[in-house]
Structures are given as structure tokens and as C-alpha cells.
Design a protein around this ligand. Sequence first.
Ligand SMILES: Nc1nc2c(ncn2[C@@H]2O[C@H](COP(=O)(O)OP(=O)(O)OP(=O)(O)O)[C@@H](O)[C@H]2O)c(=O)[nH]1
Ligand SMILES: [Mg+2]
Length: 437
Amino acid sequence: MKSKNGANDREKAILVGVRVRDDDQWRLDSSLDELALLADTAGAVVVERITQALPQLNAATYIGSGKVNEIAAAAKESKADLVIFDDDLSPVQIRNLEKAVGCKLVDRSALILDIFAQRAKTATAKTQVELAQLEYLRTRLTRQWTHLSRQHGGIGSKGPGETQIETDRRLIRDRIRVLKGKLEKIDQQRATQRKNRAEHTRVSLVGYTNAGKSTLMNALANSKVLAEDRLFATLDATTRVTYLASNKPVLVSDTVGFIRKLPHRLIESFKSTLDEVRESDLLVHVVDITHPGFEDQIRVVNETLHELDAHTKPTLMVFNKIDVVHDQSLMNGLRNAFAPDVAFVSAASGIGLASLKEHLVDLMERNFVEVHVELPVSQSQLVSHIHRVAEVLEEEYDYADDDSGAGIVRLRFKTAPHHHEDLVPMLERHGREARVQ
Ligand SMILES: Nc1nc2c(ncn2[C@@H]2O[C@H](COP(=O)(O)OP(=O)(O)OP(=O)(O)O)[C@@H](O)[C@H]2O)c(=O)[nH]1
Ligand SMILES: [Mg+2]
């Protein structure tokens, strides 16, 4: 990793954060702490932090002109290579600020995109990141183009810049089309894989970046997914089988971590990876209880789940890293707040894993749907299918008195919501179904 090399070849960065109206200082500080981690992950070394409280934002430069001068002076003084803004800026604001400050300037989204680009390993992740980057670039080019065309506007003034930008835009558009096509193929492959695994109950590990999802996945499934003390160690979904208390296997998926102000286009580009979350039966929301801002992180994860339309899924809250925390009253408070669907673990040392599995079974049982159905015995294939995807609690055959072999089978079974959805049309066609909550 670049950032582990000597400090000399690392870019020097100044961080800038803004507090608007009633944002509190603590929240700004913790957001800047996180921005510093992001900068480090991207390979830069932070030389200074500059903050400003503003009654309202400046359309042209985001911050006030006095602050712009202060940043310019600080950049000169510390020989900074770049300035990183904690909020997203418009292309115009970036251009104005770069001119005034005299060095490269990036916003939070661009920084996150850069990290994703550096860290993407799998073909899927690389394709998703490239798409997000091009979408980001495209919005910039569009506006720049408007700006240039106004500058050089008028008859006979078609400047070379404009032609170049038009060519760039076309190239970007073409490339975006190719990447979207690639992702569509990946989506189809993944959908087929998911169909092949459809008999299993599916659980996704979700949570803030660095919460310990991959470590937990490794502990649950005995796997060796990369887990490290870096933001965005995982950029693609990995799925493994694990066994809970019951003899039915479940599929656990480790996914990309969430972060405050995750660029929207990244979420869209990561659709293939995040479909895993959307199509799960249950979620395990992993929280780093040692992080001072873990409550904020929970909120950010919940908001992102909302954006993915996965916020209504049955969720087990799992507070991780309890090997480091010994605050009993904090844990009691959390247990009460999230009861009954809460567990405390140390994924790294294995503490609490048995209890986590019990909680997961419990959550599953409470959210699974119980079905009573009567089917003609001739529907033996459907009956076998039910045995595969559900836990059959009762099964009773009733044959007609004649020798025709006709008769009915009464079944009572419990199954995951997604199996129930698939089964309903089949059951409606062949039997009389009664759903019991
Ligand atoms: N002390 C302690 N550290 C842990 C525990 N679980 C994970 N960690 C550490 O937390 C860091 C992040 O762990 P990961 O499993 O990579 O976290 P992640 O949620 O997968 O992170 P991303 O993939 O970046 O979103 C690593 O340095 C782990 O060793 C734990 O139970 N206790
Ligand atoms: Mg991970």
C-alpha cells in the first residue's frame, strides 16, 4: 500500500470541513477524523485541518472568501499537494477554489472513488468502480462544456477545447455503454448463481466500513476473506455456507462497507454487489462498539439500507469488538434498546459466536412464515420441493378408498419469506393454502 511507504513520496493534504447552521462541532470533528483515515487509505498524509462555521454556503466557492485566502496561505506554507473537502462540491466550486488556492482540490466523493479504484481487485468491482468514475467525470464535462461554450460562444467561434470535450464526452458515453453491458452480464450470472442457491436461507452482513464484517464472516464460515484495518477492505460480495444450530445450512454474504456521504453513483454502480443485500432473507448489522461515533454509524447504515430498499428486512444488531470494551452499562443499554434482536461478539477472538447463532435462529423462526396446505398426492414433485426449501412440521396422507391412488396430502411447514413468495403461485395452482402468522 502506498501509504505504508516512507512519508516522502506521499502527497501532502489539507483537510477542510464546514459546519453549517446547527451542525455540532463534535460531528464535524469526527467527520474530519474519518476524512483523515480516508486520505491515509488513499495514500496522502494530512498536514493540516481547517474548519469554518457558516450561516450559509457560498455558491461560488462553498466557503467564505477569507477562508479561501487562509487555505491558500496554509497550502503555500506547508507545500501541500492537495486540498480535500469533506463535502461534495460542484464543478464550478472546484474550479474556482483550485484557481484561488493554487493546488489540486478534491471533494469527499472523488476521494472515495479514488480509494475504490485503488482497492478494486475482482473484475466485477473494477467494472463497477470505473462506471462510477466515468459517471462522475461526465457530469463535470457537461458543465465545463456549457461553461466553455459560453466563453467561446457565438458564430465561428467553435474553439478547440469544445471539440475536444465533445470527443471526450462521446468516448465516455461509449465506454459507459460497454461497462453497463458488462455489468448486465454479471448481473445475469449472479442471478443464475442465486437461483442455484435458492434452497438456502440467505443472510447478509452489512455495516459501516471497518466494523468487522469480513472478520465475522471468516469466524462464522471458516473462510479466509481479507480483513484488515483499512477502510473499504472489501469491495465485492463473497458468499459462504455456514451451519447454525439447526441442520439447515445458511448462506452468509460479506459485502462492501457503508460510509457517511457514500457517493450516490457508487451505490448505483455497485448494484450487482448490493443485490446480495436486497435479496437476503435476514440482515446482520455489524457495529464496531469501540468506535466513539458508532451511533452515527448505525444511523448512516440504516439510511443506506433505506436507499437500497432493504430497511424492512428482519435484522440482527451485532455489536462487535467486545474484547476491547468493558463498559457493562453501555452494553446493557444497547441490549435493552435493541432487544430481542441484539448480540455482542468479538469476531476476532470468537467470543459470543454461539449466542449470535442462537439469536439468528430465533430471528429466522420468528420471521419465517408458517403455511398449512392441502395438495393432491399426485403433486409429489411439489411436495419434494417443499421438503427442500422448508422445514416440514407435519405431513399427513389421506388416500381415497378406491384403488385409484388418488388422495390428498396435508402439510404444515415453515419457510423463509422469499421461498414463501415463490411457493404461493404454485400452491394456489395445486392446493388450498392457508397462511398462518
Ligand atoms: N479488537 C478487535 N478487532 C477486530 C474484531 N473484529 C475485527 N477487528 C478488526 O477490525 C478491522 C476491520 O475488520 P474487517 O473485518 O476488515 O472489517 P470490515 O467490516 O470487513 O471492513 P470493510 O471491508 O473495510 O468494510 C481489522 O483490523 C480487524 O482485525 C474484534 O472482534 N476485536
Ligand atoms: Mg470487509
